[in-house]
Write a protein that binds this ligand. Structure first.
Ligand SMILES: [Zn+2]
Length: 185
């Protein structure tokens, strides 16, 4: 798998369309209080990716017209409050795990993500992610089972995908429920 997909605006446009379709479904519903949902998107400034030009960085979100509670749909673009695009959190950790120090530093430079940040993400995949209800449910789908130490690269390896962009998109769909609940520093 190659990191060039992270510079491809078409890949981010595809992820945006998935988020838009999901948000449209959420909007058809109502707030838990019964009130109507109004569009209340907010701006994010995600790091990495193809740069801000031409790439939509709005987090799709709604606000209840009655109780004002915010309702933010799942996203395949953002992973919680992390300042990087979710696909970068996924691919950078997968590519860098198991590399020697020198190669790891090279790749971190190419990706524009500090080594310590990638280490922190890896720590999260091994602890926070594996402790999540989502993973407890997801891991049962894989045979042979995926060892925690192989995350997140093994997820990409288990997709039946036409290419890198497809594989990343599929895994982002699998982990999208985490996009609204993880703090992720
Ligand atoms: Zn409400």
């Amino acid at each position: 798998m190659c990191q060039s997909v992270l510079r491809d605006p078409a890949f981010f446009a595809l992820l945006l369309r998935i988020d838009q379709e999901h948000a449209a479904e959420v909007r058809l519903g109502r707030c838990a209080c019964g009130g109507p949902l109004h569009q209340a998107n907010y701006e994010r400034k995600p790091h990495g990716g193809p740069g801000s030009s031409g790439v939509d960085t709005l987090r799709l979100s709604f606000c209840c017209g009655n109780c004002r509670r915010r309702c933010t749909p799942e996203s395949v673009r953002f992973l919680g409050r992390r300042v990087y695009w979710g696909a970068i959190v996924l691919l950078a950790t997968a590519l860098c795990s198991g590399l020697n120090l020198r190669r790891g530093h090279q790749l971190s430079e190419q990706l524009g993500v500090p080594v310590r940040t990638i280490r922190r993400w890896r720590e999260w995949w091994l602890t926070g992610f594996t402790a999540s209800a989502l993973w407890l449910d997801l891991k049962g789908r894989f045979l042979p089972p995926i060892a925690a130490s192989e995350l997140p690269g093994a997820l990409l390896g288990r997709t039946i995908a036409a290419g890198d962009a497809d594989a990343l998109t599929l895994v982002m769909r699998w982990i999208a429920p985490l996009s609204t609940i993880t703090e992720g520093r």
